[in-house]
Design a binder for this molecule. Sequence first.
Ligand code: GTP
Ligand code: MG
Length: 138
Amino acid sequence: IERTFSMIKPDATRRNLTGAIVKMLEDGGLTVIASKRVWMSRREAEGFYAVHKERPFFGELVEFMSSGPTVVQVLQGENAIARNREIMGATNPADAAEGTIRKEFAQSIGENSVHGSDAPDTASEEIAYWFSETEIVG
Ligand code: GTP
Ligand code: MG
């Protein structure tokens, strides 16, 4: 059984979509084993997205991610990392498949409603960035 890190982004919390998004994740076979709402600082956003710091959209990304509340979560399930990315859909909502979170809710490639880890090593790092072991109840 695998764990992944998930985040509901400010564009989605602002539109009161937290429950709708969690329902899609749960219906997709994933279980929420840790969850909290955080309004991250610019510094926290920069640290979280450090791998993207050379990308042209980095400033915009940090600005957006610190513009309002997010919900950070740990999800557990069979192939949770790949499963979560399937349920989220493509990064750009214009390319996202029917029935995915980003097809339903994302507003643009930047304001795309959710984040999900892309590999086991990044999942571990991202979980540890936001949660202590005692906050995760599997
Ligand atoms: P994450 O699950 O959020 O990591 O998305 P991803 O793995 O599908 O995309 P990627 O890692 O390539 O990019 C990380 C995040 O940067 C995306 O989710 C977007 O929020 C943002 N991003 C990517 N490309 C652009 C862009 O062209 N403009 C802006 N403003 N943001 C972008
Ligand atoms: Mg990514």
